[in-house]
Design a protein around this ligand. Structure first.
Ligand code: KG4
Ligand code: ZN
Length: 375
């Protein structure tokens, strides 16, 4: 089955053609990063206008690269939400237009479910359920138990900010540019992750002492601590070095300091993400652990999970008896971590398989910023 996927929920205009839910025939992404770097973040109106300009050329390119025409496509899958409403409207309206003109089924897809399905792309191995998947990106942070295709239970989510948002904010404070995640992880390579201790929100509940780490997330406290801490450390460093009156020495020191701050920040975020993911996998007897979403590109986060599974123990949780029987997966290609349309087409395929007769009602499909249910 050939599916055309369309994704416009935030700052990537994307279209992809995939075969049978996994084989990626094309994956075209027009990134708006350069545009939003000018303002240090996404301005919704600017993003929506850019989607309107790019959507048709991007779809055209994805069909061309897949060497197919619209008549060959069996169904269209589109991100319905969550996301920025003006952005979603561009993708949904375009998808509805194609569905109407070509009389094709239209499958609305939840963006977060799209991220969950990014680990299915470009390989033939059978994925063993239950899967515990952490989707972590700029807009969302969800820990999900996947019992079977389209059988999800949200175990935890962020109570305030997503981890990617915290990365972006930290990078802005250190003057490292946008998007922040890659910039922080690059600078962190030269820093000491134990130089500063930033707070971890474990959010323990007394009600359930056995499950001493609950599965929700919070990064707003860390963001504030980092804002206060980094300005104190950076100013103190500037002052002492200015008195030496050696600008080059000062600049070198400042770079070292931002590297330590970046590494310590990254360590704080990733320790929480990896520990909660491992703990959930242990408790729900997962056969696979998946890490998806923009932040899953982070090498330190991947390493923390791999290292704990290889050694059969976590610094925080202690022994991990299940570690030898579990498969850890991240998306096959880095382009499947950040927003893309291949993952939307994959999710659409598995949704369609569950109930093929359900997707001829293009009139009823509307973009939505909030998406309470994952189905
Ligand atoms: O999934 P995504 O493309 O968009 C949303 O759905 O939000 O994720 C974008 C987020 C940004 O916050 C970006 O800073 C973060 O993913 N990100 C990273 C890395 N690459 C992208 N965060 C940490 N380390 C990375 N290497
Ligand atoms: Zn996303």
């Amino acid at each position: 089955m050939l599916i055309l996927g369309i994704e416009t929920s935030c700052d990537e205009t994307a279209a992809s053609v995939i075969l049978d839910g996994r084989k990626v025939l094309s994956n075209v992404i027009a990134s708006q990063i350069d545009l939003h770097a000018l303002t240090g973040g996404v301005v919704p109106e600017v993003a929506a206008r850019e989607h309107a300009v790019k959507i048709i050329p991007v779809i055209h390119q994805s069909l061309k690269e897949a060497n197919v025409g619209l008549d060959d496509i069996d169904a269209i899958a589109v991100t319905q939400g969550p996301g920025l409403i003006g952005c979603l409207l561009v993708g949904v309206t375009t998808a509805k237009t194609i569905a109407l003109a070509k009389q094709k089924p239209l499958i609305p897809v939840n963006h977060i479910v799209g991220h969950l399905y990014s680990s299915w792309l470009s390989h033939d191995e059978t994925i063993q359920f239950p899967v515990v998947s952490l989707t972590v990106s700029g807009g969302h942070n969800e820990l999900v138990l996947i019992r079977d295709h389209y059988d999800f239970e949200v175990l935890g989510e962020t109570l305030d900010d997503a981890a990617g948002e915290a990365y972006d904010k930290a990078a802005r404070l250190l003057g490292l540019g946008y998007p922040g995640g890659p910039a922080i992880s690059k600078r962190a390579l030269k820093g000491n992750p134990h130089a500063y201790h930033f707070p971890r929100a474990w959010l323990e509940t007394k009600k359930n002492p056995k499950n001493w780490i609950n599965f929700h997330f919070s990064f707003s406290g860390l963001k504030t601590a980092f804002k206060n801490g980094s300005s104190i450390f950076l100013n103190a460093e500037n002052d002492s070095k200015i008195s030496l009156n050696k600008n080059q020495v000062r600049r070198k020191h400042k770079k070292d300091l931002t590297a330590d701050l970046a590494a310590s920040f990254q360590h704080a975020v990733n320790e929480v993400l990896s520990t909660k993911l491992l703990n959930a996998a242990q408790q729900y007897k997962a056969r696979e652990i998946h890490l998806v979403g923009g932040v899953s590109a982070n090498q330190d986060l991947r390493y923390k999970i791999e290292h704990a599974l290889r050694n059969g123990k976590s610094d925080i949780l202690g022994p991990l008896a299940f570690s030898r029987h579990v498969t850890f997966r991240t998306p096959r290609d880095l382009s499947y971590c950040t927003d893309n349309a291949a993952m939307i087409a994959a999710a659409g395929y598995f949704k369609y398989q569950k109930n093929p007769s359900n997707f001829h009602q293009w009139r009823n499909i509307a973009a939505t910023t909030n998406f309470e249910h994952l189905f």
